[in-house]
Design a protein around this ligand. Structure first.
Ligand SMILES: [Zn+2]
Ligand SMILES: [Zn+2]
Length: 314
């Protein structure tokens, strides 16, 4: 890291760690949501499940103290080695980084669902069968050591590493409030542009038509652009296709890593197939018996068109 060189060439403003400042807000809003949920007699909360989510969140913040230093060092390394433009800390640059970072987030998130290596970390966030503000806090303990590679292109373009990290935190804070069933639908113009509770409920659902849909961070436009958007019609069933069934945070954090390595190292198959256990989507099996999310969606689409055919013939 060459801080002195960067300091000479650009004034870097000091930014606090926004996530740390947001913790009291997270805790107080979870309490508020619990009170509101009890009032309207919704079964959104389960005491053990929420506690697990909160401890996963706290673990993530603690691990973040180490991983953030590592990520910033790697970003600085690339930034000092090569960057195309020298983007200053100007108002227009913040608008540019808002969209650029959100575009990166979309692809990072989509690949986290379509590639088992990244899924091994991301599965944590989807491991609750409940959907409430505490689910937002159910965060990975391993992902921050691998996922940052998706953001390196922003550094090479010329966004300052600090600016990227601040925007990543803003995105994470934005995505907090959308983890609720208390907000049904928002005004149409807002639902059209932004990621909302309704769009994100779809993302957390296991209904076949909802699998691997709505990967957006702040703007839902990317899902619409890259054809992964699905509106919320049917009541979502939350969790995983095959649920983990544990409240133990350590198990939740590492279980998929264990199963992935077990599949890769103990399967009696070719080296390429062993490697594929890290590269292919979750659910893939070398003997062709695996069922992927895309297969489940295709089956749902087939059944839907058959039903439509029968209706029109009547
Ligand atoms: Zn996800
Ligand atoms: Zn979520």
């Amino acid at each position: 890291m060459n801080d002195t060189l960067i300091a000479k060439t650009m004034q870097v403003p000091e930014f606090p760690n926004l996530i740390h400042y947001a913790i009291p807000f997270f805790i107080s809003t979870v309490i508020l949501e619990v009170i509101l949920t009890v009032r309207v007699k919704m079964k959104t909360y389960e005491y053990k499940d929420a506690l697990t989510s909160i401890s996963m969140g706290l673990g993530n913040v603690a691990i973040g103290l180490i991983s953030k230093v590592m990520v910033l060092s790697v970003f600085y390394f690339f930034y000092t080695t090569f960057h195309l433009l020298k983007i200053p800390f100007a108002w227009w640059a913040w608008i540019a980084v808002l969209f650029a970072e959100d575009f990166i987030y979309y692809w990072f998130h989509r690949i986290s669902h379509e590639n088992r290596f990244f899924w091994a970390s991301h599965v944590v966030h989807h491991s609750s069968k409940k959907y409430n503000l505490s689910t937002a806090l159910r965060q990975t303990w391993t992902g921050s050591f691998t996922s940052f590679i998706f953001w390196i292109p922003l550094v090479i373009i010329g966004f300052h590493p600090v600016m990227i990290l601040v925007q990543m935190s803003i995105s994470l804070i934005y995505q907090y409030w959308i983890h609720t069933e208390l907000i049904t639908k928002l005004p149409r113009w807002f639902e059209a542009v932004f990621n909302t509770p309704s769009h994100h409920r779809v993302h957390h659902a296991t209904n076949p038509q909802y699998l691997d849909r709505n990967h957006a961070g702040i703007f839902i436009i990317w899902d619409k652009l890259f054809r992964t958007f699905e509106p919320e019609v049917e009541q979502p069933v939350y969790g995983l296709v095959k649920n983990i069934e544990t409240y133990n945070p350590i198990k939740i954090a590492f279980l998929e890593w264990f199963y992935m390595c077990k599949d890769a190292f103990t399967s009696k198959t070719s080296f390429v197939n062993k490697l594929n256990y890290f590269m292919k989507p979750p659910g893939w099996k070398h003997d062709g018996t695996g069922i992927l999310s895309s297969d489940m969606r295709k089956k749902w689409e087939r059944e839907k068109s058959e039903k439509r055919k029968v209706k029109s013939e009547k």
